[in-house]
Design a protein around this ligand. Structure first.
Ligand code: IPM
Ligand code: MG
Length: 361
């Protein structure tokens, strides 16, 4: 099969973890005889430096033309105080919107080998296996009106959380379809005791659930969900929520997986006629400028994102399973980066990438 992949390493540790993810992708392509065409592009702070905008038109064109996009991370401290439209993060939001990838799948698994890396008690995290489905192209991240106007005490910042029925319905369907292939349970998260957006959310999710009588549905308020995630994480199978709630709760989920460096994500939109999905694949973590350039970032979130790409965008189930199996083998071997608190000396980013390739064989 021919795999045309756009690579956007981005900023900070994004470049380092993406290099290892690409190493694994090249290894898989070679082993299973797939043609691989990699194209590099600019997004985020590096795009600001080279072109003056965080998402050059060229990048969105390349992303539209590719079968799938692999992204590192965006964000640099030097852009903290620039105008909102010049922030590296805006580039990422623009790319998600341009690609129409409205469902962001963030699996959270407690690997047995990492059970001691979580600050939570072993018995509590053991067996955790959930997917957070975060709505990705709507809600308060994109709603208008937005901005800062006025002066002095009257200076005012505004953002708008808004969802249409159609936007809620499509991401909810995605969550139910995923649940069908898993433990058949969907938890929908909202703040319907206060927000109208959430009242519509809950109504539409309940309506959609009628199409999936074999899948159980429950609803949790977002504040309670934040607590349940650390009190009883095994109760969750597929958890669906709006954009900002998903951003916040997926970082909380990272604590269950031992380190945020472990979490992959797949952002997908509608299925193409071929059955493949338009996909954007990125680790959940950010650009971590504090450890950038030191060859110590954990590349497993990025490598797990390659596994997700192989599965969702290319339907290569065997190859995807080989990558996740190899990741698990490397975890069990103890050859892991410092964030996972290994008992011996920590491995480097590059060493972990090489070890995953060796484990694939
Ligand atoms: C994430 C990140 C992004 C988001 C930032 C970098 C814009 O935190 O993917 O979780 O908020 O979506
Ligand atoms: Mg986030």
């Amino acid at each position: 099969m021919q795999l045309n992949v756009l690579v956007l390493p981005g900023d900070g540790i994004g470049t380092e973890v993406t290099a290892e993810a690409v190493r694994v992708l090249e290894h898989v392509a070679k082993k299973w005889n797939h043609g691989l065409k990699l194209t590099d592009g600019l997004l985020g702070g590096i795009a600001m430096h080279k072109t003056g905008v965080p998402m050059p038109d060229e990048t969105s064109k390349l992303a539209m033309a590719a079968d799938a996009t692999l992204l590192g991370a965006v964000g640099l401290p030097e852009f903290d105080n620039v105008a909102p439209e010049k922030r590296p993060e805006r580039g990422l939001l623009g790319l998600r919107k341009a690609l129409g990838v409205y469902a962001n799948l963030r699996p959270v698994r407690a690997y047995e080998a990492l059970i001691d890396s979580s600050p939570l008690k072993n018995d509590l995290v053991r067996g955790t296996d959930m997917i957070i489905v975060r709505e990705l192209t709507g809600g308060i991240y994109y709603g208008t009106p937005r901005g800062i106007v006025g002066e002095g005490d009257e200076e005012r910042g505004t953002n708008t959380m808004t969802y249409s029925r159609a936007e809620i319905r499509r991401v909810t369907r995605m969550a139910f379809q995923l649940a069908r292939k898993r433990r058949k349970k969907v938890t929908s998260v909202d703040k319907s005791n206060v927000l109208e957006t959430s009242q519509l959310w809950r109504k539409v999710v309940t309506e959609v659930s009628a199409e999936f009588p074999d899948v159980e549905l429950d609803h949790l308020l977002v504040d309670n969900c934040a607590m349940q995630l650390v009190l009883n994480p095994r109760r969750f199978d597929v958890v669906v929520m709006e954009n900002m709630f998903g951003d916040i709760l997926s970082d909380e989920g990272a604590v269950l997986a031992g380190s945020i460096g472990m979490l992959p994500s797949a952002s997908i939109g509608d299925q193409k006629a071929s059955g493949a999905w338009v996909g954007l694949y990125e680790p959940v973590h950010g650009s971590a400028p504090d450890i950038a350039g030191q060859n110590k970032a954990n590349p497993l979130g990025a490598i797990g994102s390659v596994a997700a790409m192989l599965e969702y965008s290319f339907g290569l189930i065997e190859e995807a399973a080989a990558v996740t199996g190899a990741m698990e083998e490397v975890l069990n071997s103890g050859k892991v980066t410092a964030d996972l608190r290994p008992s011996g000396p920590p491995a480097s980013t590059v060493e972990v990438g090489q070890a995953v390739c060796a484990a694939i064989g």
